[in-house]
Design a protein around this ligand. Structure first.
Ligand code: SF4
Length: 434
């Protein structure tokens, strides 16, 4: 359920079914032109569609004109408390203004900013944060925080509509993930405007990425959210962009660059796959094509669940196999596996994605794979169990061990729980217990 309305931030469409836009915020002092521009270029390279800069002082507003001119992506000015800075930011050419109408000093000041924004065709993001709801909603906030957040956002929407300003997106942000999810679901039902999603003060790269993935991922999977920002406690804003892209890629909402698939490893692993995966991940950063690359820690399962990958490797102690689209390409000494994989990727990209197969090498690879699978036929790997469970579910039969009639998954005979009157009285209730 994409938002009905669409706005444009610079040349980037937000809402109305446009691809979910990735945004981040610079962490530098905005007035420090060199540092700010360096960070904007870094986040743009990482895939940010939009960038927001904080404008807390006059000198930041002064720097904005140059930033807007030089920035490769549209710039949003983040303003709090001071409506004259919002007016200056519009005059400086900001592509969008982020404003909390509740903290800008009253309706007249909001009206002044809206009037200037209409004249300059500059959109706004209006929104509320859980920590800064208007006073009259504090009691409701204590009783029903989600309803209070939505009520505040809807009041701001009505305020802007009353000023004949409708070129905006709306945000409701909270540090509380369930509240963010519930509030945005409710908001999406109530307003037609594009929705900006974020979890406020999400945390560090690890916890913040997880919280944002759960909160934003849930909403995006429901079709709610038109632009996202991942808030992480790191100076490196490009990390926020990378997390945003991983969320969008995981939900198959947008494509950007390669997708890496890697098994979690287990006791069957016979080579240093951790290092291999880290190297492959790093080298894939140089690619923009949406290729899928799989790394399997052992060949015990064959190519199995990675057969849909464009390219992949599976290793054993001394040797490994490169495969493409589920078919063996060639067997390679372990130490050369990563270079050989990238060699194949590069060659195929040079041929518009076509993979050239040497029949002799492919046959030798297939034979190596067959031998390993045969030697390990009795091993029950997680992948084999999953495949067996899937087949058994389809046929309605039990899963049995190789060479045995004993089912792996024996029917569980539940022992009836017996509760006495003391533990759970039935007297005075609408049922009896035999
Ligand atoms: S059995 Fe599966 S998880 Fe274990 S190393 Fe092999 S591919 Fe990886």
């Amino acid at each position: 359920m994409a938002s009905k309305r669409q706005i444009f931030v610079g040349g980037v469409a937000v809402g109305g079914g446009a691809p979910v836009a990735v945004q981040t915020m610079t962490k530098t002092e905005t007035a420090n032109l060199e540092a700010t521009m360096k960070q904007i270029e870094t986040v743009a390279d990482a895939g940010a569609d939009l960038v927001r800069v904080a404008v807390p002082r006059e000198k930041d507003a002064d720097a904005l004109r140059t930033i807007v001119e030089r920035s490769p992506i549209p710039v949003i000015a983040d303003i709090h408390f001071n409506h004259t800075l919002a007016l200056k930011a519009i005059d400086a050419g900001a592509h969008c203004i982020r404003l909390n109408p509740g903290n800008i000093g009253g309706r007249d000041k909001v009206a002044e900013v809206a009037e200037r924004a209409i004249a300059a065709s500059v959109p706004m993001r209006i929104g509320v944060n859980s920590g800064s709801l208007p006073k009259h909603l504090h009691e409701l906030e204590r009783e029903a925080p989600v309803e209070a957040l939505v009520a505040a956002a809807v009041e701001f929407v009505e305020l802007m509509e009353g000023l004949d300003f409708t070129d905006f997106k709306v945000s409701i942000k909270s540090t509380n993930v369930p509240n963010t999810i519930a509030a945005n679901r409710m908001l999406a039902d109530r307003v037609p405007y594009p929705i900006h999603l974020g979890i406020t003060e999400a945390g560090t790269k690890w916890s913040g990425a997880l919280k944002s993935s759960v909160g934003l991922g849930t909403l995006l999977a429901d079709g709610i959210g038109d632009t996202i920002r991942i808030s992480l406690s790191t100076f490196h804003a490009e990390e926020e962009v990378k997390v945003a892209w991983e969320i969008l890629k995981a939900l198959q909402l947008r494509e950007r660059g390669p997708v890496l698939i890697a098994c979690p490893t287990c006791g069957r692993l016979q080579f240093d796959m951790d290092t291999v995966v880290a190297e492959i991940e790093q080298r894939l950063e140089a690619y923009t094509e949406p290729i899928e690359v799989a790394v399997l820690g052992c060949a015990v399962n064959g190519i199995g669940e990675a057969s849909h990958a464009d390219f992949g490797i599976t290793g054993a102690k001394d040797e490994g196999l490169i495969f493409a689209h589920g078919k063996p390409l060639r067997k390679i000494p372990q130490a050369e596996l990563v270079d050989a994989l990238f060699d194949e990727i590069d060659k195929s990209l040079g041929r518009d994605g076509r993979v050239e197969v040497d029949a002799g090498e492919a046959a030798a690879g297939a034979e190596w794979l067959r031998r390993i699978e045969e030697e390990n036929a009795g091993d029950l790997t997680p992948e084999k169990l999953a495949a067996m469970e899937k087949a058994a579910a389809a046929s309605g039969e039990d899963i049995t061990a190789p060479g045995s009639d004993e089912p792996y998954l024996k029917p569980v005979k539940a022992k009836r729980v017996e509760l006495g009157e003391e533990a759970s009285p039935t007297a005075g209730r609408r049922f009896t217990r035999a």
